[in-house]
Ligand binder design. Structure first.
Ligand SMILES: Nc1ncnc2c1ncn2[C@@H]1O[C@H](COP(=O)(O)OP(=O)(O)O)[C@@H](O)[C@H]1O
Ligand SMILES: [Mg+2]
Length: 339
């Protein structure tokens, strides 16, 4: 099978997708070990994408959602490749919007009866006193569409109006967009890797994330914790908790219309209520550190290569010739290496 991975130099992107070049190279290695002919394309312009289309790949793996162009616009890869009739991995542009914009995902899921933290949107000066805030303290402030913990630190947790105003102002200065203000959820944190294989079977890997305790005694996954890689992922031992987290993640994955794969972040409050936090629909795939492959390993003992094989299953199923030279499907429609 002729497969192309598409990425872009993404150091400056707010949303990084699979991750830096080393993550894409790890994905590439796994695909090549499956026996496919695969190539990594670092695309910066439409011409680069056009060149990929000319080679008529049977599947393109989208490691980022879009590439920024010099005139300030973005080329969304799922739109671009579907317009050119090329089979791609992951969700459509319409669905990826739920990943980019947390409020869009929250309103969509709330309308479908899925719980998410109470919230409002604010710009500096919009609310002039504590009594007019739509949701009561404690609150948690974050950018509407950033990822990787950007803009999130101890000051995101606010319990007074002056702290609220200061964080709204600093986020507005840095991100130049309205701020997402949520009810602070004071419980545990979970992340769930969900893969939909070509026979529509869901493989779900739910794990607990334990962020380090900050100097203020908070456990949040801000940019610093993510950069330092200081959070721990652990198995969920309590079956009742695991079932509730898994059910919420599946409901959110389906309700968002996700295709192929996605990672759903969930938080609980101190009564154990579970709340959808965000969807990562082009999740980090850095070997050894990203949550998606780590969750699959903890929950199912899947190797990194196995995770990539499963990530591709939906896309390979849509391709005309579905099998790499040295693989065949077993009775469960899983790909197994030929002996
Ligand atoms: N409402 C909230 N209450 C408590 N902590 C939160 C809340 N929202 C986010 N957090 C903390 O901030 C982290 C990052 O938030 P998230 O929305 O997942 O943004 P990112 O896209 O940067 O990962 C979460 O992993 C969690 O630790
Ligand atoms: Mg997150």
């Amino acid at each position: 099978m002729h497969i192309d991975i598409i990425t872009t130099p993404n150091d400056a992107l707010k949303e990084s997708g699979f991750g830096a070049l080393n993550a894409c190279n790890s994905v590439l290695g796994a695909i090549q070990r499956m026996g496919h002919s695969a190539k990594l394309n670092v695309c910066e312009t439409k011409d680069h994408l056009d060149a990929v289309v000319k080679t008529k790949p049977e599947l393109v793996i989208l490691a980022v959602k879009y590439i920024p162009t010099t005139n300030g616009t973005e080329i969304w890869l799922s739109d671009y490749f579907s317009e050119h009739g090329i089979n791609y991995t992951g969700s459509s542009r319409e669905v990826l919007k739920f990943d980019s914009n947390k409020v869009l995902a929250k309103t969509h899921l709330t309308n479908k009866g899925i719980k998410t933290a109470e919230y409002f949107i604010a710009i500096p000066g919009q609310y002039t006193s504590e009594s007019v805030l739509p949701v009561a303290f404690p609150l948690f402030l974050k950018p509407l569409d950033a990822a990787n913990g950007n803009g999130i630190d101890d000051l995101s947790f606010v319990t007074s109006f002056s702290d609220y105003e200061n964080k709204v102002m600093s986020l507005y200065d840095s991100f130049n967009q309205p701020i997402l203000v949520e009810k602070y959820l004071d419980g545990r944190e979970f992340t769930v890797a969900v893969i939909k294989t070509h026979n529509e079977k869901l493989i779900v890997s739910a794990v607990e994330v334990i962020p380090p305790t900050s100097s203020h005694g908070l456990r949040i996954l801000g940019a610093q914790a993510k950069k330092d890689d200081s959070e721990k992922l652990i198995e969920i031992v309590d079956d009742e908790v695991k079932n509730r987290i898994t059910a919420l993640a599946i409901d959110a994955f389906n309700a968002l219309g996700t295709r192929d794969f996605g990672r759903i972040d969930i938080k609980t409050d101190n009564h154990g209520g579970c709340y959808f936090m965000e969807a990562n629909l082009v999740p980090g795939m850095t070997y050894g550190s990203s949550y998606f492959p780590k969750a699959c390993e903890l929950a199912h003992e899947f190797s990194y290569d196995k995770v990539i094989e499963l990530l591709l299953a939906g896309g390979l199923g849509r391709a005309t010739s579905t099998l790499p030279p040295n693989m065949f499907p077993d009775s469960d429609n899983k790909f197994v290496a030929a002996v």
